[in-house]
Ligand binder design. Structure first.
Ligand code: ADP
Length: 499
């Protein structure tokens, strides 16, 4: 009895609930999409009530389809789209404005202003982040400045701020708990990751009344119990909500990356790479983000994060624009049909290059074409280009973390590509491990909650319940891999500073 955990996975396009058993296997899953709101070019919003209702709906459905009784559910954990910002009334729970989504660029001019005022270095030092519209701080400031009456009401203590984790916990506990976990807090640009507390100076600079901020709490403790007043969820009342983490951090844990030097990469439209750096806060000299991965018990665990802007989108481009393949899966056989890239390099800098280059003016290029170049060479170069960009990012991470990467655990749509994974292992010179269960984000959240509830006993358990489906080890000769990387960097030089 009491051995199951439900993870709520509140993403950018859908809300999902997954019931896990104690071996980390999925017992039931439910998912509901909700509308994206685009009020102007570059602006993205969600209705906080649709976030909440789709999440409650999927929780109720997943529970019902699991066939379990409420007494068998030990705990609920939460993982969420990060940085998305919500302000609501303390008395009624009514949002004062739509949620401003992480992708929304409306506060870019405000970030420019802060840069001109010289805040960039201080923000990096205190929060581990780069000064960008991506994070919650300037989004909250926008709501305070632009929604009539909100600033006055916030100053009077009538309004609350929260990211999506906080919004869900507040609602699910019937307004009892106004808390956010450290991993989510570390993405607000208001949170000092050295002192592990809200930063007064930054709140002043951004004119944020500190009384509206939630209490920052660890990732594995009881935040409250599911309220009995939630329609449709009465049966589950009293189940503790006792674990939460932002999506990428939850995936890091769900991939069992619990030791320094262990990293995960998600191969989606872009790549999200995260490396565990242990109990010491990393300093990045390459524009990577330093964040709190989690705090469990007394131990704060930090991580480094970076992304490749265009990964799976390169495959989509080859399919939809160049018509080199009919579907993404075909790229594997085509790439494997030639012994090498035939000297072709494809740099998919469609929107510039991120870490370690940070060149917004770079654009895509294909070099090394001869009369003998075939469709297979180009497709292979496209896949290889994804792997090279991940390697460049991970090289930067290793330098910042002052630790070599031990293993790269992978997930995301393009991680099913055997050629891509083998080539990645060949040039990274380290093993790549693809798990049997790809719902790593939800598993991470379930694990945090189950750890507190006693379903699992320590973080080592997650590494034990995670199963590898495939391990790719470097096969290519090291000198050859090095030569390929050298040529790749020459190709990158040709893509840079173009626009
Ligand atoms: P996102 O969450 O960003 O939408 P997913 O994790 O669902 O991304 O992955 C989808 C991406 O993976 C697409 O860009 C697609 O082109 C790519 N992809 C899917 N299958 C393959 C494959 N077999 N080989 C290479 N890329 C693939």
């Amino acid at each position: 009895m009491n051995r199951y955990v439900i993870a709520l996975d509140q993403g950018t396009t859908s809300s999902r609930a997954i019931v896990f058993d104690a071996s980390g296997k999925i017992v039931a899953l439910s998912q509901h999409e909700f509308p994206q709101i685009y009020p102007q070019p570059g602006w993205v919003e969600h209705d906080p009530m649709s976030i909440l209702y789709t999440q409650m709906g999927s929780l109720s459905e997943a529970f019902r389809s699991s066939g379990l009784s409420a007494g068998e559910i030990a705990a609920i954990g939460i993982t969420n789209q990060r940085e998305t910002t919500i302000v609501w009334e303390k008395d009624t729970g009514r949002p004062v404005y739509n949620a401003i989504v992480w992708q929304c660029r409306r506060t870019a001019p405000l970030c420019e202003e802060l840069r001109e005022q010289g805040w960039e270095e201080k923000i990096r030092e205190k929060t581990g982040l780069v000064l960008d519209a991506y994070f919650s701080g300037t989004k909250l400031r926008w709501i305070l400045d632009n929604v009539p009456g909100v600033r006055e009401r916030a100053e009077r203590g009538e309004l609350l701020f929260g990211t999506v984790d906080c919004w869900l916990i507040w609602n699910l506990t019937g307004g009892k708990a106004h808390v956010t976990d450290y991993s989510n807090a570390s993405r607000t640009m208001l949170f000092n990751i050295n002192t592990m507390d809200w930063d007064e100076e930054l709140c002043q600079a951004l004119r944020i009344p500190m009384c509206m901020l939630p209490r920052a709490v660890s990732n594995c403790e009881e935040y409250g119990k599911l309220s009995s007043r939630i329609m449709g969820l009465e049966e589950l009342a009293g189940i503790p909500i006792c674990g939460a983490a932002g999506d990428q951090q939850a995936a890091l844990l769900g991939q069992g990356c619990i030791h320094p030097g262990e990293a995960k990469n998600t191969y989606g439209t872009g790549c999200f790479t995260m490396m565990n750096t242990g109990e010491k806060r990393p300093e990045s000299k390459h524009g990577l983000l330093s964040c709190v991965a989690w705090k469990i018990g007394e131990h704060v665990n930090y991580c480094l994060e970076g992304s490749v802007f265009n990964a799976g989108s390169t495959v989509q481009w080859m399919r939809d624009e160049l018509h080199l393949v009919q579907n993404a899966a075909e790229t594997q056989a085509l790439a494997e049909s030639v012994p090498d890239n035939g000297g072709v390099y494809l740099v998919s800098a469609f929107t510039g290059l991120g870490a370690p280059y940070w060149d917004m003016y770079a654009r895509g290029t294909v070099v090394g074409i001869t009369r003998g170049t075939t469709r297979a060479h180009v497709v292979r170069a496209g896949l290889e280009g994804i792997a090279y960009q991940v390697k460049d990012l991970i090289d930067a991470m290793e330098q910042d973390a002052l630790a070599p990467m031990q293993i790269l655990r992978v997930d995301g749509g393009a991680s099913v590509n055997r050629f891509l994974m083998q080539f990645q292992a060949d040039i990274l010179r380290c093993p790549i491990d693809r798990p049997a269960m790809v719902e790593t984000t939800a598993l991470g959240a379930a694990f945090l909650a189950g750890l507190h509830a006693g379903v699992w006993k320590d973080v080592g358990d997650i590494a034990r319940i995670r199963e590898s489906a495939a391990i790719f080890r470097p096969k290519m000769d090291a000198a050859r891999a090095e030569e390929y990387c050298r040529r790749w960097h020459r190709a990158v030089e040709r893509a840079r500073n173009w626009e």
